[in-house]
Design a binder for this molecule. Structure first.
Ligand code: RNT
Ligand code: ZN
Length: 422
């Protein structure tokens, strides 16, 4: 167990070191505490959901691994989320998907109603979290030839349009009940494996379908839509209808949010450079913080250069108030609850390190073309004692410090998750 006195001592020294360069660690910790991450429920059950748990996962996304203790029921999943949230400092949101509806009736995606999410609302109230929403446009027999909203088949399109409309009413209910906006994220898998002849008509159909979905006005304090594009998916390598440029333009022209998933770009592209290119024109962003390894692999987020860059852009460019930071990864080779904790804590650490910087001074150096100071100071900052501030932040927020949280996971495995087998 970490020695609390040592944590306090290290913090006092760190506080002084940061004060010497004009950074107020107390203020920074308050700033970090105000940031809600949107923790994705689907890491807990490998994206099975409750409506059709035996349906094969489609849409070009995949989960590898079979670590024991997967959540199989709503109570198991919310129990696991509760465990994870108890190890992540601060108050957060949870992102759900339409397939996580909890109902006794046999319902399809085009029949879902707000009441099918009452289970989640009750749980979220008790847990003190907000809820974000995602329509589920995959793992379903009405995905025909990899097409949903952009399908040439009117029957397929209308099924998914109805689903999209209903997902908005559900998000509206989540936002209203919980008194905080529920972001409703749209991602569809539509595309072609091989070179298309006609790239425009599917996109025109997608515009039309989306316009039908968002036609009904809903109070923005309850919900807003976010649109997530991607470069490619397995099985749709040659052409993605909902590309980045498509949704960038759609979000701009409809005054909605644009979702940037860190895994959905060419591996050499720096997603953090995109925020400040979109926000001068756009309403706001939703992020899917993920970690692509060679491709869009959805590895658990770690404290790496890509994450640090994302956090730095958000902090230095004052983009936090216009950005919803969601997580999106799935790994079943490790404990699924630990995966949430690792990814969420890494994201918070990166934000903290970015905040612990004399940003105004650095800005001034840049403004005066003093690039020597800019480079020298940003390099030195990397080895400033931000870890001591992180430990203090955990301590103050009543979550385990350092590796101690792993003991909680081991107990939880032994007493809860491993007992589920068989
Ligand atoms: C898929 C998208 C999408 C999904 C979730 C489950 O490539 O990233 O966000 O991961 O909706
Ligand atoms: Zn995503």
């Amino acid at each position: 167990m970490v020695n609390v006195q040592n944590v306090e001592k290290a913090y006092e020294i760190a506080k002084q070191r940061y004060a010497d360069i004009g950074v107020d660690t107390e203020k920074v910790m308050a700033q970090l505490k105000a940031i809600k991450l949107s923790v994705h429920c689907w890491q807990g059950d490998d994206i099975h959901g409750f409506l059709f748990p035996n349906q094969e996962l489609t849409g070009g996304i995949g989960v590898s691994g079979n670590y024991p203790g997967i959540a199989r029921t709503p109570d198991e999943l919310t129990g696991d989320l509760h465990e994870a949230l108890s190890l992540i400092p601060g108050q957060h949101k949870v992102q759900i998907h339409a397939i996580y509806a909890v109902t006794d009736k046999k319902k399809d995606l085009n029949e879902l109603e707000p009441e099918d999410f009452k289970y989640w609302v009750d749980w979220a109230k008790q847990e003190g979290v907000g809820l974000d929403m995602n329509g589920t446009f995959f793992s379903h027999p009405m995905v025909k030839n990899n097409f949903t909203l952009a399908s040439p088949d009117p029957e397929v399109r209308s099924f998914w349009i109805e689903h999209g409309k209903r997902s908005r009413l559900i998000a509206n209910y989540l936002g209203k009940e919980l008194g905080q906006q529920s972001v409703n994220n749209f991602w569809i898998p539509d595309g072609f494996k091989d070179n298309p002849i006609d790239k425009e008509t599917p996109r025109l159909r997608l515009v039309d379908s989306l316009d039908q979905i968002i036609k009904q006005e809903l109070p923005e304090e309850n919900t807003i839509e976010a649109f997530e594009g991607k470069l490619f998916g397995t099985g749709i390598e040659s052409y993605t209808v909902g590309s980045h440029l498509f949704y960038n333009n759609y979000a701009l022209t409809r005054n909605k949010l644009w979702t940037i998933d860190a895994g959905h770009w060419h591996p050499t592209e720096d997603v953090s450079d995109k925020f400040s290119a979109f926000l001068p024109f756009g309403k706001g962003l939703m992020l899917h913080v993920s970690r692509p390894v060679r491709w869009d692999s959805d590895h658990v987020v770690i404290f790496d250069e890509a994450l640090v860059r994302i956090a730095r852009s958000l902090v230095r460019d004052n983009e936090l108030s216009k950005t919803n930071i969601g997580l999106d990864f799935f790994d079943a080779t490790i404990n699924r609850v630990a995966a949430w904790v690792i990814g969420a804590r890494a994201t918070q650490k990166a934000l903290l390190q970015a905040m612990l910087a004399p940003i105004d001074q650095l800005r001034k150096a840049e403004f005066n073309f003093d690039f020597t100071t800019r480079l020298a100071e940003t390099e030195e900052l990397k080895s400033y004692p931000f870890g001591a501030v992180w430990d203090k932040f955990c301590l103050d927020n009543n979550v385990p410090v350092g590796n101690d949280w792993l003991n909680n996971i081991h107990d939880y495995e032994k007493n809860v998750q491993f007992k589920r087998e068989g």
